[in-house]
Ligand binder design. Structure first.
Ligand SMILES: *Cc1c(COP(=O)(O)O)cnc(C)c1O
Length: 390
């Protein structure tokens, strides 16, 4: 194994390490309480089922839902697919129009594009230069045959927080279902499905110090009762909406991670946003640095910048030994394409490529932040000198 020091991890929008406390909660369910929660005939099954039920109650309470409204999935990608394709199939007699936003995660955009290929009519709303949707645009796009509006709570690239309550209110006035992808929001900002009039919400554990491979879809049961066509058929688990043996250790870890996120939200938001601001203040001493996304209506740990006068690839390469961050290009297959989110807020291709997404998290330290700022500044300065031919 490579024993050289590893880069500082500042990519918490991609994934996070599992918190030791979450790990400790999960461990007994691998080896000791390993039963199948669906085994109703013996103690092993009951133990596992009790743990799943407790996790379900914890997760429900975290978003002001009821336990029956939590459908466990493999993560937010599957939850988004279930919400969007499940509603499309179940509400065929009501209409074939859906509305989403150009800056959504591909796990929302791709199911929508797939439905469009099947003959559904999808409106992809633009965003303003700060990354927020214009509510009047949404209102104008709503039609009698609109069956679903899907708008994310927090953006995974620029951290922008969409006006979820206002969107929920607009949809509910017209009897249109509202889904939100809250993969980046759960455990980081308060979420209340009733106050925010959310009908479906996608969640995942691994962005909040929980394990990968587990998430959930919240599905409203009353006012209105959401109908969903299952996308995985089988043993009829999860009220028939998602078959497959429940993954007890991951479910316990998921609930534990969300609970920690909520219990420590105030202190963690303060610490992480202070680090983020400290990083921004240092980087912004250079000329030609642009903040991407709304300056304040954003996740505490998110900083996304574009840099004038440097090549994006060279910037990332220069930083790689020191810091693990993402750039504004998505390497889908071999070819890098500029981020669709940065393009949507009006950045040129050059500025979209020459961008960095920092995701500050629970385990970062002030020393790390200062070291990253120093490395980023010297890398940018060096690249600019090269491009000026100095
Ligand atoms: C990470 C992420 C997803 C995908 O979640 P998985 O659990 O990895 O499938 C979907 N939406 C957003 C906004 C995300 O950040």
């Amino acid at each position: 194994m490579d024993t050289s020091p590893r880069p500082i991890y500042l990519d918490c929008h991609a994934t996070t390490p599992v918190d030791q406390r979450v790990m400790a909660a999960m461990l007994p369910f691998f080896t000791q309480y390993f039963g199948n929660p669906a085994s109703v005939g013996h103690q092993y099954g009951w133990e596992a089922e009790a743990a799943v039920q407790q996790a379900r109650e914890q997760l429900a309470a975290a978003i002001a839902a009821t336990p029956e409204e939590i459908i466990f999935t493999s993560g937010a990608t599957e939850a988004n697919n279930l919400a969007i394709k499940g509603v499309a199939e179940a509400y065929l007699d009501r209409g074939k129009h859906m509305i989403t936003v150009v800056t959504e995660h591909n796990a929302v955009l791709d199911p929508c594009r797939y439905l469009r290929s099947l003959g559904f009519d999808i409106t992809f709303l633009p965003v303003q230069s700060d990354g927020l949707i214009n509510l009047a645009d949404l209102e104008n796009a709503l039609r009698p045959d609109t069956i679903l509006v899907s708008v994310m709570a927090a953006n995974n690239e620029i951290g922008v927080l969409q006006p979820i309550s206002e969107i929920g209110a607009l949809c509910h006035q017209r009897g249109i279902l509202f889904h939100t992808d809250a993969a980046q929001a759960i455990g980081k900002i308060p979420l209340d499905v009733n106050a925010m009039k959310i009908d479906m919400m996608s969640l995942t554990a691994h962005k909040i110090y929980g394990p990968k491979g587990i998430g959930a879809l919240y599905v409203r049961r009353r006012n209105p009762r959401v109908q969903l066509a299952p996308q995985l058929h089988g043993g009829g688990h999860e009220r028939g909406m998602r078959s497959g043996t429940l993954y007890t250790p991951q479910i316990v870890g998921f609930a534990s991670a969300v609970q920690l996120g909520i219990d420590e939200m105030g202190a963690e938001t303060a610490r992480v946003s202070q680090f983020r601001d400290r990083l921004w203040q240092q980087l912004n001493q250079l000329d030609g640095i642009h903040l991407n996304g709304h300056p304040t209506q954003r996740l505490a740990g998110n900083l996304n910048i574009s840099v004038d006068g440097v090549d994006g690839q060279a910037l990332l390469l220069g930083l790689q030994p020191h810091v693990a961050v993402s750039s504004g290009s998505a390497c889908t297959s071999a070819k890098a394409t500029p981020s669709h989110v940065l393009q949507a807020i009006g950045r040129s291709d050059d500025l979209a490529y020459a961008s960095l997404r920092f995701g500050v998290g629970r385990f970062n330290t002030e020393t790390e932040i200062d070291s990253v700022a120093e490395q980023a500044i010297s890398t940018i300065q060096a690249l600019r000198q090269v491009s000026l031919g100095v």
